[in-house]
Design a protein around this ligand. Structure first.
Ligand code: ATP
Length: 308
């Protein structure tokens, strides 16, 4: 199946000469949830602004369902819902009008029943006749989501969706994303929260300084790079790792109080019981053992942490 979004050789240089995107290529499949993870200023918003037709690329092309986002702006924009970071609508307008108007702007016929269901789902229905300026910050975020969904988009962009939102909204948001996914909607979210990407995405792209450093299925990424560590807390400090333990290539912590065994499920082959027996045989007492899995955070830091 052809990808729903295809980004080819995309670069963006702003008027002041700053290169915010550098030769980015990426295919997004219909129905997937992809998280674009990167630190502040990495170029995430620039990338989604170009896909949404709000900013123009300096080089490269983007197609949405086979249509060029610059030439066929209306067609591509109509397929996309964008939840931006901030509300920029008329603050005196009511919730229901704002959301209905947004649907009209995207060329769709009025559908009061559908708008009502969106408002209910986002617990905005009771506030439908309130002016936007009367709403709390969290409620305004909900209006942004309702607006983005007003024209039943096939693709939804969430730009830093949970930055500064409360737990209730975060929960509602993930439920909504699950429902949209079940309905075949493609969801692209930007975040600098690693846990968020880890929790919700099927695929993760890591962006840093305008470059797409990596795109991978989340599970494959975790498997490939997510090695395990066994940490053995020693009863007494060691000066060095005994010769008899050489086969396990253990690391002794700087304090001399921990032995660390790096392994993965495949290479381990039941080595842990043998290792523990060998440690005892070497006359080393241990107080505790624990394991930890390399997290996406370790991967992220190892990819972009260097050179900073
Ligand atoms: N209109 C502009 N003119 C010049 N530079 C810009 C402009 N818009 C953005 N930039 C710069 O481009 C870089 C990428 O910005 P962008 O907003 O795409 O990053 P981001 O990854 O979305 O970051 P954040 O998480 O902070 O939103 C930043 O260094 C930013 O200062």
């Amino acid at each position: 199946m052809a990808p729903i979004i295809s980004v080819r050789g995309l670069s963006k240089t702003y008027a002041n000469g700053f290169k915010a995107l550098d030769n980015v290529s990426l295919d997004i499949e219909e129905g997937e949830i992809i998280a674009l993870l990167g630190p502040n200023g990495a170029g995430k918003t620039t990338l989604i602004s170009i896909i949404c037709g709000i900013a123009n690329p300096s080089e490269g092309t983007v197609t949405v369902d086979g249509h060029d986002v610059v030439r066929d702006f209306r067609k591509t924009r109509g397929m996309i819902g964008l939840v931006p970071q901030e509300l920029t609508t008329d603050m005196f307008e009511t919730v229901v009008n704002t959301v209905s108007f947004s649907r009209g702007l995207n060329g769709k016929k009025p559908a009061p029943g559908y708008i009502e269901s969106v408002l209910r789902e986002l617990t905005l229905f009771d506030k439908r006749n309130n002016a936007l300026r009367e709403l709390s910050g969290g409620m305004k975020r909900r209006v942004l989501i309702a607006k983005a969904l007003s024209h039943e988009p096939r693709i939804l962009f969430l730009d830093e969706p949970t930055a500064g939102v409360d737990v209730a909204l975060r929960k509602d948001m993930w439920q909504l994303v699950e429902r949209l996914r079940a309905g075949g909607v493609t969801v692209i979210l930007t975040t600098h929260y690693i846990e968020e990407a880890q929790e919700i995405a099927d695929r993760i792209g890591i962006i840093d300084r305008g470059r797409l450093m990596l795109v991978e299925e989340k599970d494959a990424l975790m498997r490939k790079l997510g090695g395990k560590q066994l940490i053995i807390e020693l009863r007494e400090r060691l000066q060095s790792v005994p010769e008899s333990l050489a086969p396990w290539a253990l690391t002794l912590s700087e304090s001399g109080e921990q032995l660390i065994y790096d392994y993965d499920e495949e290479s381990n082959h039941g080595g842990i019981p043998r290792l523990l027996a060998a440690i005892e045989a070497a006359g080393i007492g241990f107080a505790d053992i624990s394991t930890r899995q390399t997290s996406l955070e370790d991967i992220f830091v190892s990819l972009i942490g260097e050179g900073r």
